[in-house]
Structure formats: structure tokens, C-alpha cells
Design a binder for this molecule. Structure first.
Ligand code: ZN
Length: 294
């Protein structure tokens, strides 16, 4: 089954609901970065929220989400565009932490691994002169709550966010997905009460997706079965790095720095976002040096 997102309007058009299945793209991120389960969950939830948020904007607009909570995972950085493409990484992919007590005993300790001593930053490149960055203090480090708090505090949009990634005992992604629900002005108090009641009683979104629920079925639950479909979007992990981009990067080095690289048989450059490795031979570097001279 492919990854996709559905956007619907509900409650007389006063509530926007986005739901997505992201199992394939989170699997690709897990495999590319070789993340351990807790890192997979934190990165997978962030990729899911970011690819949904990306769909809020227009054609050529992009967002970058940065979550830096001071925990063992380090920084999570994710880019998404408006066409369903997302890429990202977590600074320390080898983190696995399990709650050993309390109600979440046995589950991945995403909050403590992300940390709460920091912020979520969302930078929007709307292709209109300046970039905008909105930030919010991290509340739980569990990602979904942090996005919800970001939407209300930085964008003044009351929102509910549900994100889930299920990883099996071998570290393989079983299912991933989520939803973002946003309340717009004019929403009736009784609709708000109903939404609150539904969210309080619904099956957690990760379990719904594990049980095979589609984005449409998630919206059905949240919308109380009455909604209008506005948008369908295929989703994928996609990085825009290339050998040419890395060459251009190498050309920004000084001649001395490039000459130093000649000492090695090959120079390896890794794309942080997707893990792709680009190799440059001594001859390649020599050519770049000549290009610099020209
Ligand atoms: Zn890349």
C-alpha cells in the first residue's frame, strides 16, 4: 500500500482534518539512517507531522522543522515541501530507551530521548523574500503534543495532533501515520465538545494504523463520519542532494583545503539528510582545483 495523505473539512467547514499513512517513508528513513527503535519513532513522528504540515502550503513552498530538546537523540531536522516529499535525520540514530516503570512501562521513551530542554522551530520558505521561523518550547518531547503546542502558541491555531510509529522487535517499521486537526474561527462550542470527546475516547492513531486503518478511516472517526474530501496527496521520502551539489560545495573550499584532500585516495561526502554517499577520486579533486584556477 502506498503512503498518502487526505485532507477533509468537517463540522460545517469549520475544522480541517489531515490524516496520513507514512509507513513506507518512515521505513525508508529507518533503513537509510539505520536508526534504533526510539530514534526511529522520534524521527518517524517528526517526518509524519512535517509532511502533513508541508501540505498546508503552496506548490513551491517548503518548511524545515528543527527539534532540539537536549536529550540523547540530539537534534532532529526535517524538510518537507507542499507536494508530499520529506527528508530528515536525527543526530544520534543509535538511541534506544524504554520506560521501565509507570503507565508507559515497556514502551519506547521518546520524550526523555528527545528531551524537553529546548524548542521546536518551524522555518517556512514561502518564496516571498523573507523566511519565517516560529518556535515553541518543547512540552513533552513526544513530538505530537509539541506540534500541537507549536500550532496554538506560534500560529494561534487550536490543533490536535496524533502521530504514531510502530517498530517490531527487530527494529523494522511496522506502521506509521498520523493526523493534524485544526479548528478555524466560527467553530461552534458543541462541535469543539464533540471533538474533545472523540479524541479522548479514540484508539491511539498508531494502533489504528497498525490495525490497517486508512487515512480516510481516521478522518471518519475524527469528523464523526461527516466530511468533505478536499485533497489527496502521495507521500514519499525524497532528498534533493546530488553529486553536482556536493561538487559545488567542494568548490567553495579554499585551494589549500582542496589540495589537502589530494592526500587521500578518495574523498567521501555523506548527505546528512538521506545518508547517500558521494565519492570523489584524487583525479576528481584535481579537476575541481583546475576549475577553481580557471
Ligand atoms: Zn541526500
Amino acid at each position: 500500500m502506498k503512503d498518502y495523505l487526505v485532507k477533509g473539512f468537517a463540522y460545517d467547514g469549520t475544522v480541517r482534518i489531515y490524516a496520513a499513512r507514512t509507513t513506507n517513508l518512515v521505513t525508508e528513513a529507518q533503513e537509510r539512517h539505520n536508526t534504533y527503535p526510539t530514534a526511529t519513532q522520534a524521527l518517524g513522528r517528526t517526518l509524519t507531522a512535517a509532511v502533513i504540515q508541508g501540505s498546508f502550503y503552496d506548490e513551491d513552498q517548503t518548511i524545515t522543522v528543527r527539534i532540539d530538546g537536549g536529550g540523547p537523540l540530539g537534534r532532529i531536522l526535517v524538510d518537507a515541501d507542499a507536494n508530499g516529499h520529506v527528508r530528515g535525520y536525527v543526530a544520534n540514530p543509535g538511541v534506544n530507551m524504554i520506560y521501565d516503570k509507570g503507565p508507559k512501562k515497556g514502551q519506547s521513551a521518546v520524550g526523555p530521548a528527545v528531551g524537553t530542554n529546548g524548542y521546536i522551530h518551524v522555518t517556512k520558505d514561502l518564496q516571498i523574500r523573507d523566511m519565517f521561523t516560529g518556535s515553541a518550547q518543547l512540552n513533552t518531547g513526544e513530538i505530537a503534543e509539541d506540534f500541537a503546542y507549536y500550532f496554538i502558541s506560534s500560529e494561534q491555531i487550536p490543533s490536535a495532533v496524533g502521530l504514531g510509529v510502530i517498530v517490531d522487535e527487530y527494529g523494522k517499521v511496522q506502521s506509521a501515520g498520523g493526523f493534524i486537526l485544526q479548528v478555524m474561527p466560527g467553530c461552534k462550542p458543541e462541535s469543539l465538545d464533540r471533538i474533545e470527546e472523540i479524541i479522548k475516547n479514540m484508539t491511539p492513531v498508531n494502533l489504528m494504523i497498525e490495525e490497517g486503518a486508512t487515512p480516510e478511516e481516521i478522518i471518519d472517526v475524527l469528523a464523526d463520519s461527516k466530511w468533505d474530501r478536499l485533497l489527496d496527496l502521495d507521500l514519499s521520502f525524497q532528498c534533493n542532494c546530488s553529486r553536482e551539489k556536493f561538487e559545488r560545495g567542494l568548490l567553495t573550499l579554499s585551494k589549500e583545503e582542496l589540495t589537502e584532500l589530494l592526500e587521500d585516495e578518495t574523498t567521501e561526502a555523506n548527505c546528512q539528510f538521506c545518508g547517500e554517499q558521494y565519492k570523489f577520486s584524487r583525479e576528481d579533486i584535481q579537476k575541481l582545483l583546475e576549475e577553481k584556477d580557471a
